[in-house]
Design a protein around this ligand. Structure first.
Ligand code: GLA
Length: 731
């Protein structure tokens, strides 16, 4: 199947599949121009050639007299500094003479089957080369010899393109890459809104939408991490776009470090997006012959609203980014002891929780923070991955055996990137800590960052973890990271390479994860960073699931899980039922509500099972069975958002199996009213010609009825309610 064509006479590249087309042209002087990204077109007949108009103060190409052709207005694929383009550049390179000018011009192209990997970085892949094609366009700067490869992969069956860029120093001098975007995309005649996912610890990824105005907006993280505060994703959408209609362009960076999405509306109301690693404190030295690879970014297009954009991301992340052998396996229902005990536990205190878990049908016990060093609170022992003898006198393996003997899997919490001052590791290797010489490092949760960019540091942690993973016979690992980066400095790098530290850190973390996940393919790894502080597409390459938030409140979780679903598949999003009053918000929500919201993700419990009422214990047994019955559908079905928690008193979403024979609907309401306005819920994604039976009431509906008429939501006189409906198609 041909997915990429090049028309030599026109100088037009056309990437297409049955859903989308992406058009690029080589213009006068070798400038690469962006023509189109959107719904599929069969052929291209030249109508998107950018009109030549003389624009004041937008100059022209050196050596030409044509005033109508300016790099400052042309929609570009990858712009540089130093030429007549006053918009945000995609690349900045400081050269030996101090100049940062580059004139990147089309040099050559290559089309290859499949999808190349990106060394050291997470990136999409395909099983067979016929699932994708990759176009590499090489741009070159004639004066220095510097070259940039632009990579575009189009997948055969998705409305998704993966892009990245690589700068090769083909000059004879040492240069410093001070910015290298993963993508630039310019739009003409688009009055966009921009959607982003900002947040905070315990309040991650709530959907925000605003106008793209003149000037520049930036959606960024400088925390050394993809962050709770601004997820590495934006969507540019038409004003009228909603969940089910309108155009949406989504951009998700496959990267876990500092990022920046710069959106600029220029003098002609054209919109430029430049996205990739944040150039703050970034400077990558390249001696002659070396190259720098920017992370990958996924572009998803939808002409029928946000749900379709999200589904394209979900499928691509699940199929082409998650590598774990557990990707298609139903994930175990777990109980985690964090909110049950915090640090106050030992083996004898935990055993009854394990016993209860067994009785309730729960499938895995996860031992959270506090099992190592001499950790009784969060002031010590990070870096010492040896069992705390006081809590486990017969070793961690002994407790793991107990858990396994009850028929449960055993999981363990670790925080590999950190060190406490009060630790053996710090006593032995104070230099492993990231700190600026002569300055006291800043604590956060009274802990400090190890410089994971250094091989020696990684090796130390790797050796400790391998030992304990084996000893503890773990089935699952929760990999945490409970602070952001500060004191950014690497003691082993010279001054002209300190601008590499942020990125080198993330590459080091990727390397450590690569090594450990390769060494332990049978461990299910879950990412975490104070909840969802590193919930990004890059992480999915190493770990198939991530703890979505430390906020376990069922009302707050609706907003968090709703926003998360904009990009990330449900199989990646973990959600637990916890105790009331909720530890983060103090709110008391009914047990059913907590169950319905947590069952909308990868499900588990985060409470002391021994301290529950008998009624709640019985309810857990019911929930476990209920979730087991819908687990595959929830984790691997198609997900549709129906009502947004940020737009009113209600939330609704539904899951539909691939064969459309089964669906689960979850509806939730925040407050009850004396005289409520009546509301309806309509499902989405069903087969209109099938008949579906509500498994609880046994009432039968047509798929078209459920989608077009819907039904009245029940009137309830109770706050914080939620209800789960399970429909099965009948013959
Ligand atoms: C983070 C995690 C929590 C828990 C604690 C332990 O905050 O998100 O789930 O593991 O660390 O310290």
């Amino acid at each position: 199947m041909t997915l990429i064509e090049f028309n030599e006479t026109q100088g037009i590249f056309h990437l297409h599949n049955s859903k989308i087309s992406y058009l690029i042209s080589v213009e006068e002087g070798g400038l690469l121009s962006h023509l189109y990204f959107g719904k599929k077109v069969k052929d291209y007949h030249g109508q998107m050639r950018y009109p030549r108009v003389d624009r004041g103060f937008s100059g022209n190409l050196p050596g030409t007299f044509d005033r109508t052709y300016s790099p400052d207005t042309l929609p570009r694929e990858f712009s540089s500094a130093g030429e007549m383009d006053y918009r945000t550049p995609a690349v900045l390179v400081r050269q030996e003479n101090g100049a940062n000018a580059l004139a990147l011009r089309y040099k050559s192209y290559q089309i290859s089957a499949g999808k190349p990997s990106l060394p050291g970085l997470p990136a999409t892949f395909v099983q067979n080369d016929n699932e994708a094609q990759t176009l590499t366009i090489t741009l070159a700067d004639e004066v220095t010899g510097i070259e940039v490869d632009l990579l575009y992969t189009i997948f055969a069956n998705q409305a998704v393109i993966a892009r990245s860029s690589k700068l090769r120093n083909e000059s004879d001098q040492t240069i410093y890459v001070e910015k290298l975007a993963s993508l630039e995309m310019d739009f003409v005649d688009k009055d966009f809104d921009v959607i982003c996912l900002p947040g905070a610890h315990a309040n991650e990824r709530h959907l925000e939408r605003g106008a793209v105005n003149f000037g520049k907006q930036s959606f960024a993280s400088l925390r050394g991490s993809s962050s709770h505060h601004m997820n590495p994703f934006i969507a540019l959408v038409d004003k009228k776009t909603d969940e089910f209609q309108g155009e949406a362009y989504g951009f998700a960076l496959v990267y876990s470090g500092n990022h920046n999405f710069e959106v600029e509306k220029d003098q002609l109301a054209q919109v430029r997006l430049v996205a990739g690693i944040n150039d703050f404190n970034f400077s990558w030295k390249l001696v002659a012959g070396e190259s720098f690879q920017a992370p990958e970014i996924l572009l998803a297009y939808s002409d029928t609203g946000l749900n379709q954009m999200s589904q394209a991301f979900h499928k691509t992340i699940h199929n082409n980014l998650v590598r774990s052998k557990f990707k298609n396996e139903e994930r175990p229902i777990l109980v985690n002891n964090w909110e049950a005990t915090y640090f106050d536990y030992d083996e004898e205190k935990l055993k009854p929780i394990v016993d209860e878990a067994k009785d309730m049908g729960i499938e895995m016990f996860v031992l959270d923070d506090g099992w190592f060093g001499h950790r009784d609170d969060d002031n010590s022992s990070l870096g010492d991955w040896k069992v705390y003898q006081k809590k486990f006198p017969q070793g961690i393996g002994h407790f793991a055996d107990y858990v396994h003997a009850q028929g449960l899997k055993f999981g363990l919490w670790v925080e590999p990137e950190m060190v406490s001052f009060d630790s053996d590791l710090y006593q032995q290797h104070p230099d492993y800590l990231m700190q600026v010489p002569g300055r006291a490092p800043s604590p956060s949760r009274n802990q400090y960052l190890l410089d994971m960019g250094r091989e020696e540091v990684r090796q130390n942690i790797y050796d400790q973890l391998v030992k304990v993973f084996k000893e503890a016979k773990v089935d699952y690992i929760k990999w945490d990271m409970n602070r952001n980066m500060s004191d950014v400095f690497a003691s082993d790098l010279p001054s002209d390479q300190q601008g590499q530290v942020y990125h080198r850190y993330i590459l080091g973390v990727y390397k450590l994860m690569e090594d450990l996940t390769a060494e332990f393919p049978n461990i299910l790894f879950e990412g975490c960073s104070g909840g969802g502080g590193r919930f990004d597409a890059g992480w999915a390459y190493y770990m198939p699931q991530i703890w979505a938030s430390d906020n376990t409140d069922a009302i707050a979780r609706q907003t968090i899980q709703y926003g998360t679903s904009l990009v990330y598949p449900v199989s990646m999003t973990t959600a637990h039922v916890s105790a009331i009053p909720n530890h983060q918000t103090g709110r008391k929500t009914p047990f059913d509500t907590r169950g319905a919201i947590a069952m909308s993700g990868v499900f588990g419990y985060e409470l002391d099972l021994t301290k529950m009422s008998q009624a709640d214990k019985d309810q857990v047994k019911v929930q476990v069975k209920q979730y087991q019955a819908i687990r595959s559908l929830v984790q691997f079905g198609d997900f549709y958002r129906l009502k947004s928690p940020s737009e009113g008193n209600q939330t609704a979403w539904n899951f539909v199996s691939a064969d459309k024979k089964e669906a689960v609907l979850v509806t939730a309401q925040v407050l009850a009213y004396a005289q409520p306005y009546l509301t309806k819920t309509k499902l989405a994604g069903l087969d209109p010609d099938k008949y579906y039976q509500d498994q609880e009431t046994k009432v039968i509906y047509g798929g078209d009825e459920l989608m077009n008429l819907g039904f009245y939501d029940p009137v309830v006189h109770e706050d914080y309610t939620a209800k789960m409906y399970h429909f099965k198609a009948i013959d």
